[in-house]
Design a protein around this ligand. Structure first.
Ligand code: G6P
Length: 614
C-alpha cells in the first residue's frame, strides 16, 4: 500500500520518479505527489488528487528541475484522499519533506505534544506528524538529518517505510523501514529507492533490501550507508535482481490482468521446473527436503493467508488432509493474529502470500514463531519480508503480478501446495504410489491444459456479455472446487463491483437458495469428480427456480451441460488438480464482465495489490 520512489544522482529526477510511480501505482492510486530539490536549492512539493497521470497534468508548467527527489502514490489510511492529505508533506518551516507508507499508531499523542510546541498542521495525516517531529528534534538539539530521523523513529509506534528530504542537504535522501518494504538500487554514482524493485530494474540490477529497523542514507557523494535504529552501522548485503523489464510491461495485452491470465501456462511451467519431474516420477521442493522431518512429524498444519492466497490455503487443506493425513486449519491472518490461538512447538505454519508483504500475514508469522512453530513461507516476490522472516519456504516464481486481482500467483500457490501435499504424503507413506504418480503426471500437464482452456476466451467473452447488467452473482462448488467458488466470486466483485458470493453448493439450501430467480446468475463449478452426482442435484434445484446457470464442466460432460444455460469446459484431470484449471474460466469471466462494464480492471477502486497496513 502506497508506493515510494526516490532518486539521487546526476540525471533529472522527475522523469525517473514519475516512471517509478506508474510502476508502483498498483499499490494505491488515491493521490500522488513529488518533492524535488532544484538547482537553486529550493525544496519544491507538488501533489494532486487521483492517479499519477493527474499529478503529471497538474505539474506541466512547474519547475521540475533537480537531480534529487522523492515521490509517492497513496492508498489513504488517515485522512480522505485529497490534495491536502497527499504526500509529500512539508515540515512546519518547509525545510523538510517526507513520504510515508504505513501507519503511525501513536500519531495523536505525538501531534498533541507538537501542537503544544507551536507546530501547526495542514493535513489530517499521521505522516505529517512524523515530519514535524523530525524537524522539532533536529532544530531543538541542532542535529543532522539522519540523527533526527533516527530519534524520531524511536518515538514512533507503528509501521512505516519513509523517505525524507532536507533542503539543507541537497545530496541526501534518508529512508527507513519497519514492517513496510523498501529497496535501495545501486547505480553508478546514482541511487534509487522504491517500495519494490520495479521502478529500479531498468537502471541497475544491484539492490539492497532494507531490513526492519534499518535507516538508509542515500548520498550522492558518499554512496549508500545503512545504520540501525540504535545507530549501529551495518554492512548491507547487495543482491542481484532477477526481475526483467519485459516482465513488468503489458506486452501487447490491454491489461496486466489479461496478460497474467494468459501467461499462466508458461509461468506454471517455470514454477514446476526442476520440481515436478515426470521422467523421475517425483516432486521435489528444496525448502521441503531440508525440513521434511518437521512436516512428517507435524501433529497439525496451520495455514495462514489473506484474500486470494487464503483461498489457495483452503484448497491445500483438502490436499494435505487427503494425501498426508495431517489435520489442517486454514486461518485468515487478520483473525489468527488477534485471537488467542493454541500453537504448539512442532506445529507447522504455512504462510501464503503473493507479495510477501501483507501486514496481517507477517504479524501472524511473528506470533506463531514466538510460540515455537516452524514457519514455511510460500511467496512470489523474491526477497520480500515474509520469505525473509520464515524459517524456510519456496517461491512460486511466476514473475511480477501487477494486476490487483491475483491470477497466476493463485494457480502457482495451489500448484506448489499440491506438490507439498504429495511430498509429505510420500514421506509418510499415506499416499499410494499409483495416486502419487498419477498426480505428478497431471501436474506436468497443467500448462497444456490451461492453454486449451484459454482457447475458449471468445466463448467466455460471449457468456460475459449476457451479465454486464446484473447486480448479483452466486458461485457454487464442492470439495476441492468450493474454494474456487469463493475465488471466482472474489475476482468478480473485486474488478466489476458486482456483488458475488461463493458457497459450498450443498449449503445453498440453507440460505442462498432464497435469492434464486430468473435474475440470478449462478456459476457452478462442476468438474467430473467425487461430488459430481451431488452437484447435479444442486443444479436441478437452481433450474427449478429459474436461475441462470453457467457451468464449468469436464470436457465431454453431458449431464450438467444439458441443464446449464452456458457451459465452459476444462480438460479431465486428477480431482486435486481441477482447481488449478477450473479457476481459469472464472478469471476470464470476471475480466470480460469488468471490461464490458468499463471498469479499470488493473486498478479497481479502493483496492491495493500489497496490503502493508492491517
Ligand atoms: C490484496 C490483493 C489480493 C491478495 C491479498 C493478499 O487484497 O488485492 O490480490 O490476494 O491482498 O495478498 P498477498 O500478497 O499476501 O497474497
Amino acid at each position: 500500500m502506497c508506493g515510494i520512489v526516490g532518486y539521487v544522482g546526476k540525471r533529472d529526477a522527475y522523469p525517473i520518479l514519475m516512471k517509478g510511480l506508474h510502476r508502483l501505482e498498483y499499490r494505491g492510486y488515491d493521490s500522488a505527489g513529488v518533492a524535488l530539490i532544484n538547482s537553486t536549492g529550493n525544496l519544491l512539493v507538488y501533489k494532486a488528487k487521483g492517479k499519477v497521470s493527474a499529478l503529471e497534468e497538474a505539474v506541466k508548467d512547474k519547475d521540475l528541475k533537480g537531480s534529487i527527489g522523492i515521490a509517492h502514490t497513496r492508498w489513504a489510511t488517515h485522512g480522505e484522499p485529497n490534495q491536502r492529505n497527499a504526500h509529500p508533506h512539508y515540515s512546519e518551516t518547509e525545510q523538510l519533506a517526507i513520504i510515508h507508507n504505513g501507519i503511525i499508531e501513536n500519531y495523536a499523542t505525538l501531534k498533541q505534544g507538537l501542537k503544544q510546541q507551536g507546530y501547526t498542521f495542514r493535513s489530517d495525516t499521521d505522516t505529517e506528524v512524523l515530519v514535524q517531529l523530525i524537524e522539532y528534534l533536529k532544530v531543538k538539539d541542532n542535529l543532522d538529518l539522519p540523527t533526527a530521523v533516527q530519534l524520531a523513529l524511536n518515538q514512533v509506534v507503528g509501521a512505516y517505510a519513509i523517505a525524507v528530504l532536507d533542503k539543507s542537504c541537497p545530496d541526501l535522501i534518508v529512508a527507513a523501514r519497519k514492517s513496510s518494504p523498501l529497496v535501495v538500487g545501486l547505480g553508478q554514482d546514482e541511487y534509487f529507492l522504491a517500495s519494490d524493485a520495479t521502478p529500479i530494474v531498468e537502471y541497475t540490477d544491484k539492490v539492497i533490501y532494507l531490513d526492519d529497523g534499518d535507516i538508509a542514507l542515500l548520498d550522492r557523494k558518499k554512496g549508500v550507508r545503512i545504520r540501525t535504529l540504535s545507530n549501529i552501522e551495518k554492512t548491507p548485503e547487495i543482491k542481484r535482481l532477477e526481475l526483467t523489464l519485459s516482465q513488468i510491461e503489458k506486452g501487447g495485452y490491454d491489461h496486466f490482468m489479461l496478460k497474467e491470465i494468459f501467461e499462466q501456462p508458461d509461468m506454471l511451467r517455470i514454477c514446476m521446473s526442476g520440481r515436478v519431474n515426470v521422467e523421475l516420477n517425483n516432486v521435489t521442493i528444496a525448502g521441503f527436503i531440508d525440513n521434511k522431518e518437521r512436516f512428517v512429524n507435524a501433529k497439525r498444519i496451520i495455514i495462514t493467508a489473506c484474500g486470494t492466497s487464503w483461498h489457495a490455503g483452503l484448497i491445500a487443506m483438502y490436499a494435505i488432509e487427503e494425501f498426508a493425513h495431517i489435520p489442517v486449519e486454514v486461518e485468515y491472518s487478520s483473525e489468527f493474529r488477534y485471537r488467542k490461538p493454541v500453537i504448539n512447538e512442532g506445529d507447522v505454519v504455512i504462510a501464503i502470500s503473493q507479495s510477501g508483504e501483507t501486514a496481517d500475514t507477517l504479524a501472524a508469522i511473528e506470533l506463531a514463531k514466538s510460540k515455537g512453530a516452524f514457519i514455511f513461507g510460500i511467496c512470489n516476490v523474491v526477497g520480500a519480508s515474509i520469505p525473509r522472516t520464515a524459517h524456510s519456504g519456496c517461491y512460486t516464481h511466476v514473475g511480477p503480478e501487477i494486476g490487483v486481482a491475483s491470477t497466476k500467483a493463485f494457480t502457482a500457490q495451489v500448484t506448489v501446495l499440491t506438490m507439498l501435499a504429495l511430498m509429505i504424503g510420500r514421506e509418510k507413506g499415506t499416499i499410494t504410489e499409483e495416486k502419487y504418480l498419477s498426480i505428478v503426471s497431471e501436474l506436468s500437464r497443467v500448462p497444456e491444459n490451461i492453454r486449451s482452456i484459454l482457447k475458449q476466451n471468445d466463448i467466455i467473452k460471449e457468456v460475459a456479455s449476457h451479465f454486464t447488467k446484473v447486480n448479483n452473482f452466486i458461485y457454487l462448488g464442492r470439495g476441492y472446487n468450493f474454494p474456487i467458488a469463493n475465488e471466482g466470486a472474489l475476482k468478480l466483485k473485486e474488478i466489476s463491483y458486482i456483488h458475488a458470493e461463493g458457497y459450498p453448493a450443498a449449503e445453498m439450501k440453507h440460505g442462498p437458495i432464497a435469492l434464486i430467480s430468473e435474475q440470478m446468475p449462478v456459476v457452478v463449478v462442476a468438474p467430473r469428480c467425487g461430488t459430481y452426482e451431488k452437484i447435479i442435484s444442486n443444479i436441478q434445484e437452481i433450474k427449478a427456480r429459474k436461475g441462470k446457470v453457467i457451468a464449468v464442466v469436464t470436457e465431454g460432460d453431458v449431464e450438467v451441460s444439458k441443464l446449464a444455460d452456458y457451459t465452459i469446459t476444462i480438460p479431465e484431470t486428477e480431482e486435486c488438480v481441477t482447481p488449478i484449471l477450473s479457476v481459469v474460466p472464472l478469471q476470464l469471466l470476471a475480466y470480460h464482465i469488468a471490461v464490458m462494464k468499463g471498469c479499470n480492471v488493473d486498478q479497481p477502486r479502493n483496492l491495493a495489490k500489497s496490503v502493508t497496513v492491517e
